[in-house]
Ligand binder design. Structure first.
Ligand code: NAP
Ligand code: G3H
Length: 484
């Protein structure tokens, strides 16, 4: 399935159940973000090969949709088993390719297996409904509507680098259990991990052509995929700019977008400040802040700001910094360009008067965890998503000010409120323009069966296992007219 060129693996793409080398003759080098060397190559496939993959998916989907739910479920269960069998191998690749600690990479694989199993369970318990005609004025008792869900066809799954296995399977599993075929376009940085996940799927023996992995730069094959008439639904996770441009091209194709965020951690006067600090640290700095749901700004009441900042500083000083191979929390960012962007946000804030409490140190793409206090609204770091380990603290005078600043963001993924007054928490939560609000906890996606929603520039549609299955199916009504 793979070939070795000068001790480097060249990974093939997967189409119609076979591993293939692209006729383009071109490959893309995958650089490890912390080893700073090429760890493998993936195929840069052609538009003709994209056409072929979509055609195979269309053919296989027609047959797959006829399988019973129990039959489809058995394949997904085998896939979940194979992922567990391959967990060490896949976790090692995730670590090398996206620089996530081995422990977190392993958790990602196990979480994915759990996700697949839960998806099956959920689908097995989703039922349609029937409606009586005579419940509407003048309606007839002899009319009964049966409402069922049917697959959409071929789903295009486009995933980001930061959870190369979990956020890909979070699209594939609901698509497949619902009877769809899949074209999977992984992030280029993350493509080897995606290929490994597909190796597990291949071992599970899914019908040929049902799932195909197409590798190549999004900037080269992305638009072609999105505008392809063989695609019936797009499930995309990634940056807001990419998502917005993709949405414009998708036309009337159903679309779910999970995009960027700028989640605030709001700390009120009556918060348990020590607990809030712990939650904020874990929320902001895990995997160097490369999570859509990372806490990306703190809005703290002035009366507890000094105490909070001191605690945050203490906790940040304890964070391990270095290689993911040593289990470090703070690891090099995905590439130097990303590190330059984060550094630019820090520099802009410092120039405009922010106080560096700790951090602002850099070694290539490793940015040390940085806490900026007295951040003001004229600074870029107050609004832009760093996707890196920098946390701005904005001091506020009232709850109203916290709500105003929280809602002034173009993003609306999640928010955290730290307070001992649950009534106040609910009152503020109701005013925040985000998909979810966490009360006294860090912002996070899981557990994965909870609805996961981005509003404003954080997304369109709803994820979360049941909601994902719904988004990849449509309702179909069959009306029985009983002959008397
Ligand atoms: P990205 O640069 O937007 O890439 C995401 C995916 O889009 C990759 O597979 C990329 O392929 C592909 N792509 C690029 N250009 C495309 C085009 N013209 N047409 C179609 N696809 C295209 O994002 P990223 O850097 O991987 O991920 C980080 C971002 O994702 C952050 O903003 C983060 O907040 C967001 N994110 C959001 C969620 C959520 O659930 N809301 C979850 C995770 C991440 P290439 O890699 O080949 O360019
Ligand atoms: O990066 C986006 C992921 O969906 C975040 O998942 O909150 O479990 O880290 P997480």
């Amino acid at each position: 399935m793979t070939t070795t060129v000068s001790a480097l693996k060249t990974y093939e793409y997967y189409v119609n159940g076979e591993w293939k080398t692209s006729e383009s003759g071109q490959t893309i080098d995958i650089q490890s973000p912390y080893l700073y060397e090429t760890i493998g190559k993936v195929q840069a496939i052609t538009k003709t090969e994209v056409d072929e993959a979509i055609r195979f998916a269309q053919e296989a989907q027609q047959i797959w949709a006829e399988y019973s739910l129990q039959e489809r479920a058995s394949y997904l269960h085998k896939w979940a088993d194979e992922l567990i069998n391959m967990q060490d191998e896949i976790a090692e690749i995730i670590m090398k390719e996206v620089g996530k600690s081995l422990k977190d990479a392993k958790s990602e694989v196990v979480r994915t297996s759990d996700f697949i199993r839960y998806t099956v369970g959920e689908a097995l318990h989703m039922h349609g409904e029937s409606l009586r005609g005579d419940s509407f004025p003048g309606g007839s008792k002899s009319k009964i509507a049966i409402v069922d869900r049917v697959p959409l066809g071929v789903v295009l799954a486009i995933s980001p680098f930061n959870y190369p296995v979990n956020l890909a399977a979070a699209k594939l599993a609901p698509a497949l259990i619902a009877g769809n075929g899949v074209i999977f376009k992984p992030a280029t940085q993350g493509a080897i991990s995606g290929i490994k996940m597909i190796e597990a799927l291949h071992k599970a023996g899914f019908p040929q052509g049902l799932v195909n992995i197409v590798t190549g730069r999004g900037s080269v094959i992305g638009d072609y995929l999105v505008e392809h008439e063989g695609i019936d639904m797009i499930s995309f996770t990634g940056g807001t700019n990419t998502g917005v441009s993709l949405a414009k091209k998708a036309g009337m194709i159903p679309l779910v977008l999970e995009l960027g965020g700028k989640d605030p951690g709001i700390v009120l006067e009556d918060a348990d400040v020590a607990e809030a600090a712990k939650q904020i640290i874990s929320g902001a700095f895990s995997y160097s802040g490369q999570r859509c749901t990372a806490i990306k700004r703190v809005l703290v009441h002035d009366s507890v700001a000094d105490e909070l900042v001191a605690l945050l500083k203490e906790e940040i000083a304890k964070l391990s910094v270095g290689s993911p191979e040593d289990g470090s929390v703070i690891v090099p960012l995905i590439d130097e360009h990303s590190a330059d962007f984060v550094q630019g946000l820090i520099d802009d804030a410092v120039e405009k008067g922010a106080v560096t409490v700790i951090g602002n140190q850099r070694e290539r793409s490793l940015i040390y965890p940085t806490l900026l206090d007295h951040v003001t609204e004229d600074m870029k770091v107050a609004w832009e998503e760093p996707f890196g380990p920098v946390l701005p603290v904005i001091r506020i005078q009232s709850e109203q000010e916290a709500i105003r600043i929280a809602n002034a963001s173009e993003y609306g993924l999640q928010a955290s409120i730290f307070t001992k007054d649950v009534n106040k928490a609910f009152a503020i939560a109701s005013k925040l323009e985000t998909g979810s609000v966490q009360i006294n906890g860090r912002t996070e996606r899981g557990p994965d069966h909870f609805p996961f929603i981005g509003v404003k520039k954080s997304g369109i549609g709803v994820q979360g296992i049941r909601k994902s299955i719904e988004s990849m199916t449509r309702e179909k009504v069959t009306i029985l007219n009983i002959l008397s």
